[in-house]
Design a protein around this ligand. Structure first.
Ligand SMILES: [Zn+2]
Length: 553
């Protein structure tokens, strides 16, 4: 080290050598995913720039650290994480989650048996992951004596490696933040899943909390007839409380546009419904994977009923048009989506125009053939006023003004009701747009919400509380050229759960899902965690449509 400081040109060369090693490592971390896109044409990757920055920083720090053993340990660990992810994707078509790791250890015999039965098919993926790591190691050792080394490099390395564990342990929904996302870099998912396992699940297991076990039977999924050409639309609402919609007898007129559709549309239906969870990151994956049972980890690791997956199987073009961030797509099966647009793709437009922007994005989707489109709203979200602040038509919000001196609670309710007015206007516009461009092809629009919202019920506000009211959401159906027999089924629904609505969507995608664990009357509302570790409510629907709730472990 002394020698390099006294000879400046040599020192510069040493810096350069280290940066070359960093560049090789950075490229090496990305290569396995790139290779896999050739092996599996359906595997596409969405690039996440903050993770790129994390990866580049880590590569640079690694290239400068003095100890070779630390370099080997870190990239060896990365190799394990990345190959585990890619093998899981190859085998199950979905990324490896923190819970899959835990169950992999707990049921290692079954796990090993599964993997061993398929090892021949998995070898190419494993070799393609290994190759870049061998190249990284080769260059590192080859250039080791020429590179610049500094103890200072340990500091950024430590900080970067601590980012994910830190995000896991802070906050009570830490593990939801560490769920892998399909369509993301395998190392990104690898680091997240490992952090979730090591820093959330393992400590719990050490303190005596067991992994939830189950003896559920896998679903039976059969192909059935659907129309040769059709559009299936899922509008996923955010925090919609059925108790604040005049469509469902709320005394304030918050949903005039949906009611106008109800009056004129041949195929309109609206029912109070029950969401499967009380937070976005739990209820949306449950919905998209058509899951009834809490903690059914087998169906989450290998989401056979995933709606996008089913749609792709049947030749649908698949789309997500979302006003939410990328991260809200955790567990929805984005790798089976042909085109995904989230907030990150239109941040500025969304800021300027508000959520009605989604209408423009939808109109740009090519018509014809089979299409399955998920529209994901961000409103109604706190602060409620943000939903409608960019709406040029201010008259819509003159009804629920908050007088000076009013209580904060009153202001919140007024804000929410105004935001509902905006959200339902967007929904009605979207429904109309799909119906008008349908031509003669059938169009089926399903509107649900991820969860409801509490506005003072039992003295609580917002969502995330495991209470029946938090799951009180709307189900709305509309369409054109709808199959009459299918519409009869929709009309027969009484107080449906989101799970049952998802099954009806699967039917229009051409699949009948038969769940051997189901009795047609009991369902579940999950707490803040998708694997059922944060409590759940058992829902029983009685003959007359009345619903009772019971807290279960
Ligand atoms: Zn939500």
């Amino acid at each position: 080290m002394q020698a390099t400081i006294s000879h400046k040109p040599a020192s510069e060369r040493a810096w350069f050598t280290s940066l070359v090693i960093a560049a090789i490592c950075f490229a090496g971390f990305l290569l396995p995913d790139w290779f896999l896109t050739f092996l599996k044409p359906e595997y596409h990757i969405r690039l996440e720039y903050d993770f790129f920055a994390w990866l580049a920083g880590t590569a640079v720090a690694l290239a400068f650290i003095p100890k070779r053993s630390v370099f080997v340990a870190v990239i060896g660990f990365f190799f394990i994480l990345q190959s585990a992810q890619l093998l899981h994707i190859e085998f199950f078509e979905s990324p490896l989650s923190p819970y899959s790791i835990a169950w992999g250890f707990a049921e290692y015999e079954d796990f090993a048996e599964g993997f061993l039965s398929a090892w021949k098919e998995l070898i190419p993926v494993w070799l393609l992951t290994l190759a870049p790591y061998l190249v990284m190691g080769f260059f590192f050792f080859r250039l080791d004596h020429k590179r610049r080394q500094s103890w200072l490099a340990y500091l950024p390395l430590l900080i970067l490696l601590a980012v994910f564990p830190y995000r896991t342990v802070k906050g009570d929904t830490g593990i939801n933040n560490m769920m892998p996302m399909s369509g993301r870099l395998s190392l990104y998912n690898g680091v997240r899943s490992a952090s979730g396992y090591l820093f959330a699940i393992l400590p719990r297991q050490f303190s005596g909390t067991d992994l939830p076990q189950n003896d559920y039977a896998l679903y039976d999924i059969r192909e059935i007839q659907t129309e040769p050409e059709l559009t299936v639309v899922l509008i996923m609402g955010e925090s919609l409380s059925v108790r604040h919609m005049s469509l469902f007898d709320y005394e304030r007129q918050t949903t005039p546009e949906l009611e106008a559709l109800q009056k004129t549309s041949r195929y309109f239906a609206a029912r109070p419904a029950i969401a499967g969870g009380v937070v976005t990151l739990v209820s949306i994956p449950l919905f998209m994977n058509v899951l009834r049972e809490p903690g059914f980890h087998q169906m989450l690791s290998n989401p056979q009923a995933n709606l996008f997956r089913l749609a792709k199987k049947n030749g649908f073009k698949t789309y997500i048009v979302s006003a939410q961030a990328n991260s809200a797509l955790n567990g929805v099966g984005a790798s089976w989506v042909d085109k995904t647009q989230t907030k990150e793709d239109h941040t500025k437009e969304l800021e300027e125009k508000g959520e009605i922007l989604l209408l423009d994005k939808i109109k740009a989707i090519p018509a014809g053939g089979r299409r399955f489109i998920m529209v994901h709203q961000r409103n109604i979200h706190t602060p409620y006023e943000n939903a409608y602040r960019n709406d040029p038509d201010k008259t819509r919000y003159e009804q629920f003004l908050t007088p000076a001196g009013a209580s904060q609670d009153e202001a919140k309710i007024n804000g929410y009701d105004n935001a509902m007015r905006y959200a339902e206007m967007v929904q009605a516009e979207i429904i109309r747009a799909f119906k008008s461009d349908a031509g003669t092809a059938p169009t089926y629009v399903f509107l649900v919400a991820d969860h409801g919202e509490l506005l003072g019920e039992r003295g609580k506000w917002g969502h995330g509380h495991l209470l029946p009211e938090t799951a009180d959401t709307p189900f709305i159906f509309d369409g054109s050229n709808v199959d009459e027999a299918f519409f009869e089924k929709i009309k027969a629904l009484i107080h449906p759960t989101n799970y049952e609505v998802a099954k009806l969507i699967a039917e229009k995608l051409g699949f009948e899902i038969e769940n051997p664990n189901e009795d047609g009357r009991t369902f579940f509302i999950n707490g803040n965690e998708i694997y059922g570790n944060a409590g759940k409510l058992k829902v029983t629907r009685h003959e007359d449509g009345a619903v009772t709730y019971e807290e279960v472990k």
